[in-house]
Ligand binder design. Structure first.
Ligand SMILES: Cc1ncc(COP(=O)(O)O)c(C=O)c1O
Length: 395
């Protein structure tokens, strides 16, 4: 059986470690130092924080307080993303502007040409950014996401950035540990680097995040004092965060009997787990010591490898149900709507007519995990890929 949750690849040792790991203040400090060093900054400009969305919001507020941008300015974000990013931008008092995904056929063909569906990239292009900037004089920041861990062509973006004096946030939720084509690590180019340690991310401690300000002219807002952050209670508002991998093992076991839905429903009802998209945006709270210790271990072992594979299929519902009948549970995909999850989509006010490629992409995308190591699992992923490939959208 194959799942899209990263923990599905955990060995018994990983599960044990995640569930019972203990940490101390020194682990917290060590993680902060390691992040500052890796992403080219210092401790004064680096902070751990409650979640990835809190990190993005804090970076944006830092830009405002340092006088680089002002409230009401616009932030260009990917037209295929998580509501968390929209929430972070709005909470900072700024406006998100969605950039449509890159479709090489747009140059010669018709905009959003369905025939080009399988060559749509999961990020916007530097050309699209330039087009937005020509009309939108309030756009002062852009966020690059490198969806699925596939690097964008950073040199092109750097030219646009320089030409328009823009600020860049590299959002590492999908791409921690990955490199751009020119060999630089993602997260070492922009003015701020933000990480999420949420479920399914390259560093996964269920919740958590970090912000690294890389431009010394930018400092944290005066209202933010990283020495006074409240430490998330060991099992805080996600009461059993350390037990998630155990819960997942039980869910996978129950899936043989098609009972996993009831188990997960019960855990949600008990508030022992929380849906990833419901993670809170909190600027006064940080992660626990055990999370820091786990995150540091994972940071040191990051692989330069995409986080997920993706394909665009004709009829996603049909494809997922065929995969399901073969024991492949790939429903938790990125992303089923341009701003996921569906239950927050309306709130995002996504301009579908302007972002046709993102709409097509999100309606047809399926994901495959890239993390399985055993021969048996790799063979299973190959079989799943074969099923998907028979249903690809035609180019
Ligand atoms: C692209 C992207 N950026 C940022 C985040 C924010 O992460 P968090 O849930 O830790 O706030 C997410 C969450 O899924 C995401 O998908």
């Amino acid at each position: 059986m194959i799942f899209l949750g990263l923990a599905s690849n955990y060995s018994a040792r990983d599960i044990w470690r995640h569930s019972f790991i203990l940490g101390g203040k020194k682990d917290y400090n060590a993680l902060e130092s390691a992040l500052a060093e890796r992403y080219g900054s210092d401790l004064e400009h680096t902070s751990l924080i409650y979640s990835g969305r809190s990190a993005i919001c804090l970076a944006l507020k830092s830009f405002i307080e340092s006088g680089k941008i002002k409230k009401g300015d616009h932030v260009v974000i990917n037209g295929f993303t998580c509501y968390a990013v929209v929430e972070a931008v709005k909470k900072a008092g700024l406006e998100p502007v969605f950039a449509d995904l890159e479709n090489p056929l747009d140059v010669n063909g018709k905009k959003g040409d369905i025939l080009g569906a399988n060559i749509i990239r999961p990020d916007y292009s530097a050309e699209t950014l330039e087009t937005i900037l020509e009309k939108d004089k309030k756009a002062k920041v852009f966020i690059l996401q490198n969806s699925f861990g596939l690097p964008v062509d950073i040199s092109k973006f750097e030219k646009v950035k320089k030409g328009h004096n823009l600020l860049l946030i590299e959002d590492l939720a999908h791409c921690a540990g990955r490199k751009y084509q020119d060999g630089r690590e993602i997260g070492t180019v922009g003015e701020a680097t933000c990480l999420s340690f949420g479920k399914g991310k390259a560093i996964d401690t269920i919740t958590g995040g970090a912000v690294i300000l890389r431009d010394k002219e930018i400092t944290f807002p005066s209202s933010f004092d990283k020495t006074k952050l409240v430490r998330r209670k060991p099992n805080g508002d996600v009461p059993r965060a350390s037990w998630y991998p155990v819960f997942a093992v039980i869910a996978r076991g129950l899936s043989h009997l098609h009972l996993e839905k009831y188990w997960l429903g019960l855990l949600l009802k008990l508030r022992w787990i929380e849906r990833s998209a419901d993670t809170k945006l909190q600027l006064d709270t940080t992660i626990t010591w055990w999370q820091s210790r786990l995150a540091l271990k994972q940071l040191k072992n990051l692989k330069n490898k995409p986080l997920r594979e993706y394909y665009l299929v004709d009829d996603r519902k049909k494809c997922l149900s065929e995969l399901h009948s073969h024991g492949y549970y790939l429903e938790e995909l990125w992303y089923e709507v341009p701003v996921a999850p569906s239950r927050y989509y309306k709130k995002a006010h996504f301009p579908e007519a302007k972002c046709i490629n993102a709409k097509i992409f999100s309606e047809h995308v399926v994901n495959l995990p890239t993390w399985y190591k055993s021969k048996r699992r790799i063979k299973e992923v190959k079989e799943a890929r074969e099923i998907i490939k028979k249903q690809l959208m035609k180019v």
